[in-house]
Design a protein around this ligand. Structure first.
Ligand SMILES: *Cc1c(COP(=O)(O)O)cnc(C)c1O
Length: 356
């Protein structure tokens, strides 16, 4: 399918902050990609148009029954002046997996990647170039059939918006404090926890707000049934270095299959580390803080890549992780992954996808 392009007549008029003032998720570029779906017709009319509000019927099913899936990835300014993506095929596969879970139509992977590339190339003057900055990409699919009554929609809109984002660690790589909730849960077995779908996030804001009020930056989720095993932290996956083993909870339907998580597992294995995907109890984590067997703890996700954890609060008691500083392995993994993303390092796994 050919993508039609309607170039903005207003290129360059949108406010564009300095790289140092970008923050995360605050700005979007001049254009967006759109494509429609109807049950009898399939996907049609792929197009790039000037960035603009969507026209949505107030009865659009997404607004009532939450049929929505999304993705998050980044485009990077490479060392040699080119533009790169990091494992975009994984985001495409995951979005289609999320869509299947939410009874939504899948998107042709080739067209999906082509749409991202064309949009980024058209708005490439928005790609920030300072250390640690990137262009964030947010593919989204919504059910836009105007109909009340709970059933799968017969009409969908797929769109991609992009925007410049700042360095996650402008002042260096500082460990966060996280709050373990045994009151709220993120996902139960049989639920939609492994899908990137908006309802999962709306339902957890209350726990993030509670954690923030108590002075913590993120929430650590436990399993919904026993509130015993660790699942994820905020919107990131979680890793523990216990003695000489690197441990992360196994994917089992309630955990979002992070692409950064998968990258960390592959890199750590290639370094010869002892890596395990195995359930880990919160009691073991707390004990590890007390007896020193927990050497490092860090979260993984596209936004921050690696986010070291320096302190956890469980049952209203604070526990420091090792010396409370960023661990050696967290730093090394961060350097390796960002090195591949920005074209500073060899890419032994073939993860970097060059746009230009
Ligand atoms: C997106 C997301 C992650 C991280 O996935 P990446 O592909 O590494 O960015 C982890 N947990 C949740 C709940 C997420 O939404």
């Amino acid at each position: 399918m050919e993508i039609s392009v309607d170039k903005s007549t207003a290129i360059g008029t949108k406010f564009r902050p300095k790289d140092s003032e970008l923050g995360f998720g605050k700005y979007t570029t001049d254009h967006m990609f759109l494509m429609d779906y109807k049950k009898d017709k399939g996907w049609y009319d792929p197009r790039i148009v000037p960035y603009q509000p969507l026209k949505l019927d107030p009865a659009a099913m997404v607004l009532h029954y939450n049929q929505e899936v999304f993705e998050g990835l980044k485009a990077y300014h490479l060392e040699d002046g080119g533009i790169g993506l990091f494992r975009p095929d994984k985001n495409v596969d995951r979005m289609n997996a999320s869509a299947r879970r939410m009874v939504m139509p899948e998107i042709d992977p080739g067209l999906f990647v082509k749409a991202m590339k064309e949009l980024i190339l058209l708005d490439r003057q928005w790609l920030p170039t300072s250390e640690g900055t990137s262009l964030y990409i947010r593919p989204t699919m919504i059910a836009n059939e105007p109909a009340l009554g709970v059933r799968p929609s017969e009409q969908y809109l797929f769109y991609i918006i992009i925007g410049p984002v700042g360095a996650y660690y402008p002042e260096g790589f500082n460990p966060t404090k996280i709050y373990v909730t045994d009151e709220y849960v993120r996902a139960a077995i049989g639920g939609a926890g492994e899908a990137k779908t908006s309802g999962n996030y709306g339902a957890t804001l209350i726990a993030s707000q509670l954690a923030a009020k108590k002075g913590y930056t993120q929430v650590l989720w436990l399993d919904a049934k026993d509130k015993k095993h660790v699942e994820e932290v905020g919107t990131s996956n979680i890793f523990f270095k216990i003695d000489d083993q690197l441990v992360t909870p196994p994917l089992g339907g309630t955990i979002l299959p992070g692409i950064t998580r998968d990258s960390v597992l592959q890199i750590a294995r290639s370094w010869g580390l002892d890596v395990l995907e195995r359930p880990i109890s919160i009691d073991k984590v707390v004990k590890g803080c007390e007896d020193g067997s927990l050497k490092e703890m860090f979260a993984t996700g596209t936004a921050a890549v690696i986010s070291p954890v320096g302190e956890i609060c469980y049952k209203e008691k604070d526990f420091q992780v090792a010396d409370g500083q960023t661990g050696e392995l967290a730093k090394k993994l961060y350097d390796e992954i960002t090195g591949i993303q920005y074209g500073r390092k060899e890419d032994p796994f073939g993860w970097r996808v060059r746009i230009v």
